[in-house]
Design a protein around this ligand. Structure first.
Ligand code: NAP
Length: 262
C-alpha cells in the first residue's frame, strides 16, 4: 500500500535508539524526510550515520523536557525541513520505582518529561501547522500502563495517563484545522529498555536471564515481545493519510497484553 509519505517532513523525538529510531527508519524507508532528536549529540549522530544511506536525515540534539530546548528543536526542525507534516513524540524512559520509592524531585522530573514537555511541544508544532495551513499529524507514544498500572513504574502510571487526555483534547481542538492527533500504548517492545527491565528482575529476584525473559513473555498472550518494526508500522499508519478518519484515539500495540476493555 502506498502510504503517500514520499517527501513528507517528519520530526521524531527520542530517536537515537529503540522505538524512536525504529519509527524514524520506517518513515525514511517510505521516502519521508526526517529529523531525529535525542539528548545526547554523540549517540544521535551515531544513529544518523546508521540511517543516512536510506534517505534525507537530519539530527538535532535537545532535551525534550526543557522549555528552551523544545523551542530550539521545533524551530530547527521547521527550518531544516522547510516545515513539518508529522510529529512522532517519544519520551526518554522515566525513572522506575514503586510509589514509596519516589521523591519530590522524581515527580517533578516525571511531570516535566511526561506531561509538560509533550504538551508544550504539541503547542509549538500545532501553531506552526496552523500558520502553514498544513493538514498535519501528531502521534504520541505512551504506554499500556495508562490502562493497567504496573507497581514498579509508578511515575509512568501516574504521569502518562495525561497523554490520553492530551491526545483527545488536541484532536478535538485541532480537527477543524485538518490536523489529526493520536497516540499509541506499546506493551513490551524489544529495546535496551526491556533489557534493563530484565536485568533488574535478574538482580532483584535472583533468577536467570532466560527465566526473567520468560516471566515477561508468559504475560503476553501472543507469547513474545514485539519488535520496533511492528510498532513502527502502526506509527506509519497514524502518521499517514491512510488513517484519515482516525483522530483522538490511543491504540494498544501489545500482543493482547491488556485485559481491560475500553
Ligand atoms: N520498550 C518498551 O517496551 C516500552 C513500552 C512502553 C513504553 N515505552 C516507553 O517508550 C519510550 C521509548 O522507549 P525505548 O524502549 O525506545 O527506550 P530506549 O531504547 O532506552 O530509548 C530511549 C531514547 O530516549 C532518548 N532520550 C532520553 N532522554 C531524552 C531527553 N530528555 N530528550 C530527548 N531524548 C531523550 C534516548 O537518547 P539519548 O540517550 O541520546 O538522549 C533514546 O534515544 C520510553 O518513554 C519508554 O518508557 C517503552
Amino acid at each position: 500500500m502506498d502510504l503517500k509519505l514520499e517527501g513528507q517532513r517528519v520530526l521524531v523525538t527520542a530517536a537515537s535508539k529503540g522505538i524512536g529510531f525504529g519509527a524514524a527508519k520506517a518513515f525514511l524507508e517510505e521516502g519521508a524526510r526526517v529529523v531525529i532528536n535525542s539528548s545526547n549529540a554523540k549517540r544521535l549522530n551515531d544513529a544518523k550515520d546508521r540511517l543516512k544511506s536510506i534517505g534525507e536525515i537530519h539530527a538535532l540534539p535537545a532535551d525534550i523536557s526543557l522549555h528552551a530546548e523544545i523551542d530550539k528543536l521545533v524551530d530547527g526542525g521547521i527550518s531544516g525541513l522547510g516545515g513539518l507534516d508529522v510529529l512522532v513524540h517519544v519520551t526518554g524512559p522515566p525513572k522506575p520505582g514503586t510509589f514509596l520509592e519516589l521523591d519530590y524531585d522524581d515527580w517533578m522530573s516525571g511531570a516535566t518529561s511526561l506531561v509538560v514537555g509533550p504538551a508544550y511541544m504539541a503547542k509549538r508544532v500545532a501553531e506552526h501547522m496552523i500558520r502553514a495551513q498544513t493538514k498535519g499529524r501528531m502521534v504520541f507514544l505512551s504506554s499500556y500502563v495508562i490502562r493497567e498500572p504496573v507497581p514498579s513504574l509508578a511515575l509512568s502510571d501516574v504521569c502518562r495517563i495525561s497523554s490520553a487526555s492530551l491526545v483527545r483534547t488536541l484532536a478535538r481542538e485541532l480537527a477543524p484545522r485538518g490536523i489529526r492527533v493520536n497516540g499509541i500504548m506499546p506493551g513490551y517492545i524489544q529495546t535496551d529498555r526491556i533489557d534493563q527491565v530484565v536485568e533488574a528482575n535478574v538482580r532483584r529476584k535472583g533468577i536467570s536471564r532466560a527465566q526473567a525473559l520468560a516471566e515477561i513473555e508468559n504475560t503476553i498472550p501472543l507469547g513474545r515481545i514485539g519488535t520496533t518494526e511492528e510498532l513502527a508500522r502502526v506509527i506509519l499508519f497514524l502518521g499517514s493519510e491512510v488513517s484519515s478518519y482516525v483522530s483522538g484515539t490511543v491504540i494498544p500495540v501489545d500482543g493482547a497484553l491488556l485485559k481491560s476493555v475500553g
